[in-house]
Design a protein around this ligand. Structure first.
Ligand SMILES: [Zn+2]
Length: 145
């Protein structure tokens, strides 16, 4: 890390703080004694293979957005926990590339367990349920409850 004041590389870490998804470090330059802060975040290189053959860098924020949209107005914490669970499932596959449909299925499985309405909304938006018979069956199990 270069000092933003004098561009030398030798810095001393004064304090490290663990934040939600990053580590913040207060540093002091050993050359000019100026202080600055750096943030360290974990980056995962995972490619998402889209339906039409192109690739995209995996971003959990995109997954979270689609979950939020499917869930409508529910507790933020529920969405966050759901997103974390889904992220772990995806990362546990220990692969460098994943099909977008596969991510869709993981999301669907989790939504199915927690929120049936969100599950159906997600399924209809992402057209993961291509078979209308399956959709009808899902609706029927909901109506019966
Ligand atoms: Zn400096």
């Amino acid at each position: 890390m270069y000092c933003p004041f004098c561009s030398k590389v030798d810095t001393k870490v004064l304090e490290s703080r663990l934040l939600n998804d990053s580590i913040r470090r207060r540093r002091e330059c050993l050359n000019c004694s100026n202080r600055f802060t750096t943030y360290e975040t974990a980056k995962i290189h995972l490619k998402v293979l889209k339906r039409k053959g192109h690739e995209q860098e995996f971003e959990i924020t995109k997954v979270k957005k689609s979950i939020e949209m499917a869930c409508g107005k529910i507790d933020n914490e529920i969405v966050s926990n759901l997103t974390k669970t889904i992220e772990m499932k995806i990362l546990n596959k220990k692969t460098n590339a994943i099909k977008s449909a596969e991510i869709g299925n993981i999301v669907l499985n989790e939504l199915k367990k927690t929120n049936k309405m969100a599950y159906l909304r997600f399924a209809s938006v992402h057209k993961e349920i291509e078979d209308p018979v399956i959709l009808k069956k899902e609706l029927n199990t909901m109506i019966r409850k």
